[in-house]
Design a protein. Structure first.
Length: 298
């Protein structure tokens, strides 16, 4: 393995470790349906606004050049996926499901990221690759069905939001990795956040809480704003550019397990055998799928 790929895997692990705290921290910030804290809309838009202001300062400090004309559209796609789509959908969903549950729903994200990367880099996954993806998706849907409460709809709206969030993240990761091959990885996420500021900054002011909120919720909000929305992407996009999207995306395999482990001390949640079994099964489909042939069309 080349040294750049090794660096990419290590940076990917650092980014995944930061992202793994996103679901537990979001749950801590939004509270529960019985004891709500910050609203999901404020957390999603507010964290992007904070990270956008930090990004503007960073771009000025590093004298970042303006993106090329052809880069603005991909940056808008990145913003749509990881600045708006994923944060908004997960922030709303996390008030209604536990972080452990959400970790399993999002466990197929590595395969979705690999698929997006293969498409953007003009690669053709084998039939076996797609079969693994279908099996992993079926396991996720099965888990959602088994965990839906008595009298509830077969699949909760929160589960559908999490699946849509997974798709948004995969698209944002893929396009961000593509841009990171010709731009500094840090500049990719910074520009995506800055171009979103005309929406996120006034939106955060409008959605800010009117009542007092516990300090723990604000600390959790601070984490998702600085680490989940900003610093984590510095490492993640650089990792995808160095090691390749398809290869480095497998590092995300450890993210659901880390999220579950973090949720236990932070939120007092528990991991039941069925949840752990489904998580392991989904991880297995992703691992096997990552080993299936993928040939280049170029």
């Amino acid at each position: 393995m080349r040294s750049s790929e090794i660096r990419g895997l290590w940076l990917g692990a650092a980014g995944v470790a930061m992202f793994a705290l996103t679901l537990p921290m979001t749950r801590l910030a939004v509270g529960t349906a019985e004891m709500p804290q910050l609203s999901g809309g404020f957390i999603a838009i507010g964290r992007a606004a904070v990270a956008g202001l930090l990004s503007a300062l960073f771009l000025l400090a590093t004298r970042a050049p303006l993106p090329r004309r052809g880069d603005w559209a991909p940056l808008a796609i990145v913003a749509g996926g990881v600045v708006f789509g994923f944060p908004l959908l997960t922030s709303i969903a996390m008030r209604h499901v536990e972080a452990v549950h959400a970790s399993v729903i999002l466990a197929v994200l590595p395969l979705a990221t690999a698929v997006t990367g293969a498409w953007l880099h003009r690669q053709r996954p084998s039939a076996a690759f797609w079969a693994c993806g279908a099996l992993g998706s079926a396991l996720v849907v099965g888990f959602a069905l088994m965990h839906s409460g008595a009298g509830a709809s077969p699949v909760q709206a929160a589960d559908l939001m999490l699946l849509a969030a997974m798709a948004c993240a995969a698209v944002g990761y893929g396009w961000g990795a593509l841009l990171s091959q010709r731009m500094r990885a840090e500049h990719v996420i910074c520009w995506a956040l800055v171009i979103a500021l005309p929406v996120t900054l006034p939106g955060a002011l409008v959605l800010r809480p009117a009542a007092a909120v516990p300090a723990a919720a604000w600390w959790a909000f601070g984490y998702v704003a600085v680490f989940s929305m900003w610093i984590g992407f510095f490492a993640w996009y650089r990792a995808l550019a160095l090691g390749g999207t398809v290869r480095v995306s497998q590092v995300q395999l450890i993210q659901p397990f880390l999220s579950m482990l973090f949720a236990v001390p932070l939120l007092g949640e528990s991991i039941d055998p069925m949840t752990l079994g489904f998580a392991a099964a989904v991880m297995a489909t992703v691992i096997i799928g990552r080993r299936m042939p993928v040939r280049s069309l170029a």
